[in-house]
Design a binder for this molecule. Structure first.
Ligand code: ADP
Length: 862
């Protein structure tokens, strides 16, 4: 028999109905309870015991339940989010006493969902990595002209208030999203399919209503507290929809609240280098293929002091610039700090004293900030004048940042005056964070609280002046009272009030004692309350200064990145590349930033692809081909980030895109074989690369049969060096391709040199003109520890194959015991059957002649 829900269960079910996709954590006294299917899931993810919640009714079987103590909830919520869950937190909005007072003795406590925790909308320090952003992304748009997808991508870091938006097409969507470290995405139904391969499905929310143009527009106006969209400069309806959906969704998760949002940064796609997802991964920009940050480009280039600096550098590396002026401005600032080591040192040491103010502001404005967030604002504010002073006399971007650091004097002075000394308590209720002397009321409450005993003693002494021997006492029932021996009872002053008579004594109170007692009892609560009130006024002041705070935060992060890049350049001897709008790519003495940091003697190599040259690079495995390919792409990216580069000299005409096809990884999850992945990536490059792109291709065509692969590689080289004319590095084992160099003007051959020594090879890691003598696969196999007998057999086979390839002999397939050996086939021109067939005039033959020819042909078959 179904059991009617208790009122509490009804509350629970209402919350669950509202947030069916989230795990509902339901506050019951000191615990959060998780019920039903959620409980089974959560108990497994959190490794906590699964029990049952029963009602008093005998027939009730109860429902699955698990619970976590409320004071430890943060950790458990963090684990659930890490596991890809969303959590709806239901709080009690009143105490049981308040409920009874308001709605009678049977009343239950009011409970409501106060927060929806989702992976892209976290603001708590404990859920966020200091140096990494986790963006909430909204993608709007749909099929436009000729069915082509078009729209906008907007992103929000709720923990800092950073907002950005840019246009997208089917061709650029993947690249844009891949550059964003997406925590969560919101899309309309029409785009669900388009984002399927771009964002992990677990973090995608499909919600059409958020993208409705009117609703989106209203959401934007509300979020920015403005009446018209004009000032925001959102360029398209798609951009409005994407930003609207973004802030709309974020405010749903925060129950209508939002922190101060920075004005949306509108990014023009053309002003950024395009790097597709595969290239990003292959070049190991933010993490190595093994998933390590330390072995990535960022791992080497990130010497930022602050978390906000690291986050900004990650954005810069994800989106290198294409505008020569903007790149030059960053370079000039880095150069100034490279040259002026003293200022660089000072800036960096001052940055150490600053905190993550954008995240603090966000938390404070969302009502989850505490005294320590204010302390961070104060501490940072205190340092800003010194930073400005250190930058005095600098121009360009550095001067812009110095200016951005201004405007916080008043707030800092206020916080300096109001806040006590560090360390301040983490929680408001721990109290004691407002400085004595800042607020008269608070001082009064504190005096009472602190000086309670002294005041009582003073009162006792005053009353004792009447000559009656008295003692001040306290008990739970009566509180404070004066006790006077029975013999003296008649002599007590008139203003004393009799409270109680015991066998030995009389107990009295006085109006003053009662007042003092009342005040003492409530002083603690009053101190807390007053501190909360003051905190609220300080938060208001923070809100009033929030634009200045966000701008200071951005300036600090930018300074940190510039000084960090200068530090890398100075320490590692990197140089400032010449970047212009031409078609040069001339690197002298280039190094791979990561590999050079790992191996003791890295051999520097030059590269010149100026004018749209293609270098065909041959050389054995392990010679350093991939390293060379990657290092040039990384140098190009670093240059367009505005950084110095690991080279002796570099001149680069900005690349609109860097494409790579490196390594072979199955994408079996998407149902694609190695070869398919390789061809999809190749197709994208050939379809998208322009004469301004930089392309690196490593062993194209390797995933299929030899001649298949050679044919594809050949055709690709012809297309690239012949028609596209993009600056290209092409590493290959197909030595046949080197013949193309004679035919194609823009193609030249280069090799990574090795020396043969007593049948072994020595890797020189030197890139020089000309084609390699061979691939030395057998020698490399030997070096790798392939058993001796296999190596000698391979060597023997190789000699056989080579003879065939050079037409010097016939090798029988079964003699070699191979499954298939395409290279064994004799050259076609020598085949007598073919010669005979080609020579026949089939149309002019009589039936008899045809029959005769047939016999002849049969005779040619052995
Ligand atoms: P390939 O692509 O030709 O097989 P890799 O580029 O993977 O070769 O390089 C193999 C190894 O050689 C690298 O892991 C690195 O340790 C070393 N190496 C590559 N280039 C250099 C260099 N220029 N100087 C020193 N060592 C290098």
């Amino acid at each position: 028999m179904a059991v009617a829900d208790s009122p509490v269960m009804q509350q629970y079910r209402a919350a669950k109905r509202e947030y069916p996709q989230a795990i509902v954590m339901f506050r019951m006294g000191d615990f959060y309870e998780i019920l039903g299917d959620d409980a089974a899931l959560a108990s497994e993810l959190l490794q906590i015991t699964l029990t049952k919640r029963r009602t008093a009714k005998a027939e009730d079987e109860g429902i699955p339940m698990c619970g976590v103590p409320h004071h430890a909830a943060e950790g458990y919520i963090g684990k659930l989010i890490e596991a890809g869950q969303r959590v709806a937190l239901v709080e009690q909005l009143e105490t049981p006493e308040e409920a009874r007072k308001a709605r009678g003795s049977g009343a239950i406590v009011r409970r409501e969902v106060v927060r929806l925790f989702t992976p892209g909308t976290l603001t708590e320090e404990s859920y966020l990595a200091a140096g990494q952003a986790r963006y909430l992304v909204a993608i709007s748009g749909g099929a436009r002209e000729a069915g082509r997808l078009e729209g906008a991508v907007a992103w929000l870091d709720l923990s800092t208030g950073e907002v950005g938006v840019r246009g997208m097409t089917a061709g650029t969507l993947g690249a844009i999203v891949a550059g964003l470290s997406v925590g969560e995405a919101v899309v309309p139904q029409a785009l669900e399919e388009a984002v399927a391969g771009v964002v992990p499905t677990g973090v995608v929310t499909v919600q059409d209503s958020l993208f409705n143009h009117d609703a989106a527009q209203r959401a934007v106006l509300r979020a920015y507290g403005i009446d018209t969209l004009e000032g925001l400069g959102l360029p398209t309806e798609d951009a409005v929809c994407a930003v609207g959906a973004l802030v709309g969704y974020a405010s749903l998760t925060q129950m209508g609240q939002l922190p101060q949002l920075a004005h949306p940064k509108v990014v023009n796609g053309r002003s950024r280098m395009m790097i597709d997802p595969a290239t990003r991964k292959n070049l190991e920009l933010t993490e190595s293929l093994a998933g390590k940050r330390a072995d990535s480009l960022l791992g080497v280039a990130d010497r930022c002091i602050t978390g906000a600096g690291s986050r900004l550098l990650a954005r810069w590396v994800a989106e290198p610039l294409t505008d020569v002026g903007e790149i030059g401005a960053r370079q000039a600032a880095v150069a100034a700090l490279v040259e002026d080591g003293a200022v660089r040192g000072e800036v960096r040491s001052l940055l150490k004293q600053t905190g993550d103010i954008a995240r603090c502001v966000s938390r404070l404005l969302l009502g989850r900030g505490g005294p320590r967030d204010l302390a961070v604002l104060r501490g940072t504010g205190d340092v800003l004048p010194a930073l400005q002073k250190a930058l005095k006399g600098k121009d360009g971007l550095l001067a812009v940042q110095a200016k951005g650091l201004g405007g916080l004097g008043e707030l800092t002075a206020l916080l300096d005056k109001a806040l006590g000394d560090d360390p301040l308590p983490a929680l408001v209720r721990d109290g004691g964070f407002i400085r004595d002397g800042y607020d008269g009321d608070l001082d009064g409450h504190r005096t009472l609280q602190r000086d309670g005993n002294r005041l009582l003693q003073e009162l006792e002494a005053r009353e004792a002046a009447c000559g009656v021997p008295l003692k001040l006492r306290y008990n739970q029932v009566w509180g404070y009272y004066f006790e006077v021996g029975k013999a003296h009872a008649a002599k007590v002053p008139e203003h004393w009030v009799h409270r109680q008579t015991t066998t030995q004594a009389h107990r009295y109170s006085t109006p003053e004692l009662m007042r003092l007692e009342r005040e003492l009892g409530s002083a603690g609560a009053k101190v807390q309350h007053r501190e909360e009130e003051i905190l609220a006024t300080l938060v208001e002041a923070v809100k009033g200064a929030s634009y200045a705070l966000l701008s200071a935060s951005e300036a600090l992060a930018t300074l940190d990145v510039l000084a960090g890049l200068a530090e890398v350049a100075a320490r590692l001897g990197w140089v400032r590349p010449e970047v212009d709008g031409g078609d040069a790519f001339a690197i002298v003495g280039g190094k791979h930033p990561v590999v050079a940091a790992r191996v003791s003697e890295f051999v520097a190599n030059g590269c010149d692809l100026s004018g749209g040259q293609t270098w065909l690079l041959t050389g054995p495995n392990m010679a350093g081909k991939s390293t060379f390919l990657r290092q040039n792409a990384l140098i190009c990216i670093l240059a367009q980030v505005g950084s110095f580069v690991p080279a002796e000299r570099a001149r680069i005409g900005v690349a609109d895109a860097v494409f790579s096809r490196i390594g072979a990884a199955d994408n079996l999850a998407a149902g694609q074989s190695t070869f398919m992945v390789e061809m999809v990536e190749t197709a994208q490059i050939l379809n998208r690369a322009t004469a301004k792109s930089l392309v690196i291709l490593d062993e194209l065509g390797r995933g299929t049969a030899t001649y298949d692969g050679l044919a594809i590689a050949w055709a690709c080289v012809e297309e690239i060096a012949g028609s596209l004319g993009c600056r290209t590095l092409f590493a290959t084992h197909y030595h046949e391709l080197t013949a193309l160099a004679e035919k194609l003007e823009r193609l030249s051959t280069h090799q990574v040199a090795v020396r043969e020594w007593k049948g072994e090879i020595v890797f020189l890691h030197q890139v020089k003109p000309g084609a390699a003598a061979g691939s030395y696969g057998v020698q490399v196999a030997k070096l790798a520890g392939v058993p001796g007998r296999v190596v000698s057999r391979a060597d023997e086979l190789l000699r056989g194959f080579l003879k065939v390839a050079h037409g010097k002999g016939v090798v029988k397939v079964d003699e070699l015991s191979l499954f298939a050996a395409p290279v064994v086939a004799a050259p076609k021109a020598d085949n007598p059957i073919e010669v005979k067939l080609k020579g026949m005039d089939v149309d002019g033959m009589s039936a008899r002649e045809a029959l005769h020819a047939l016999y002849e042909l049969r005779g040619l078959v052995h």
